[in-house]
Design a protein around this ligand. Structure first.
Ligand SMILES: Nc1ncnc2c1ncn2[C@@H]1O[C@H](COP(=O)(O)OP(=O)(O)OP(=O)(O)O)[C@@H](O)[C@H]1O
Ligand SMILES: CC(C)(CO)[C@@H](O)C(=O)[O-]
Ligand code: BAL
Length: 281
């Protein structure tokens, strides 16, 4: 496994592989790796001949300074895990390498970034769009792998790739969960043991709402019950719980007549903000 720290190093390392027609698979991450990330890597290993993983905590996608400052960093462990998985290259740039100048670029994804995460994290998807564009331009992969856990990010990146004609296939990998259903996330390490137990409320409410919807329940009544459940849990604070079209993210009131529907949620558990989603149909 080779660690590449500069754009030039990535270019040199991948050039020869590209000319010999090897499929290059790319997994962008912000590090603090867990089994969710490793599942992206395993999938990349299965469907690409060369796998490159980037680790970069991108400042421009954090709308909250404290969240950025507290973002977990575990580079040594990350490198060990990636080596064990047989990853070929790690792209580990520093801030200057990714942002040689403070970026002036702002990205607007229309209706896709005004809802859900975008509504609560202003500027977040502009930052994601900018850094993913930079990464795709540097690595020029054939395939890039993203987790379904960040459902809105997936919808936005799929659109970014179309709008900017990036020649890359976006592959979406299902959410990996802890045994009790909590979606794996780097931020989970910031939960204390009590909060860790409380955090299962997100998945429990998603499953409850899915079952009720499939039983013909009314969405607004279901959401009312979920809101109450969060209200009764002193360590939890619900930000949103929405029924949406999986690709357009349009808010829905029912599942009748729909082919791709998901429930998306975000909530604070103590000081830690978590997101999750479940597809219904
Ligand atoms: N539980 C999971 N299952 C599958 N993919 C995941 C999971 N968690 C994260 N990913 C994916 O891994 C990639 C890198 O995500 P990132 O480094 O932000 O980790 P994260 O765990 O989502 O961190 P956090 O949510 O705390 O920011 C993204 O494509 C993300 O969707
Ligand atoms: C795609 C990404 C690596 C861009 O910083 C980040 O948003 C993430 O880890 O999901
Ligand atoms: N996985 C999404 C990255 C973020 O929360 O900024």
């Amino acid at each position: 496994m080779t660690i590449l720290r500069t754009k030039q190093a990535v270019k040199s390392a991948l050039q020869i592989l590209r000319t010999s027609q090897k499929t290059i698979g790319f997994v962008p991450t912000m590090g603090a790796l867990h089994k969710g990330h490793l599942s992206l890597v395993e999938n990349a290993k299965l469907s690409s001949e060369v796998v490159i993983v980037s680790i970069f905590v991108n400042p421009t996608q954090f709308n909250n300074k404290e969240d950025f400052e507290n973002y977990p960093i575990t580079i040594e462990e990350d490198l060990k895990l990636l080596e064990e998985k047989g990853v070929d290259f790690i792209f580990l740039p520093n801030l200057e390498e990714m942002y040689p100048a403070e970026t002036l670029l702002k990205m607007d994804f229309g209706d896709l970034d005004k809802t859900l995460e975008g509504a609560f994290r202003p500027g977040h998807f502009s930052g994601v769009g900018v850094v993913v564009s930079k990464l795709l331009n540097i690595v020029k992969p054939d395939k890039s792998y993203f987790g379904q856990k960040d459902l809105q990010q997936v919808a936005i990146i799929k659109r970014l790739v179309v709008d900017l004609c990036f020649d890359v296939e976006i592959i979406v990998i299902p959410t990996i969960r802890e045994q009790d259903g909590l979606a794996m996330s780097s931020r989970n390490v910031r939960l204390n043991p009590d909060e860790r137990l409380t955090a299962t409320i997100l998945y429990k409410c998603l499953v409850f709402a899915k079952d009720e919807l499939l039983d013909g329940g009314d969405w607004f009544e279901i959401r009312e019950k979920v809101t109450k459940r969060f209200h009764d849990e002193p360590q939890a604070r619900l930000e949103y719980f929405e029924l949406v079209h999986t690709d357009t993210l349009e808010k829905l009131k029912e599942i009748k007549g729909q082919k791709k529907v998901s429930i998306c949620t975000a909530a604070y558990i103590g000081e830690v903000r978590l997101i999750d989603n479940l597809s219904i149909v």
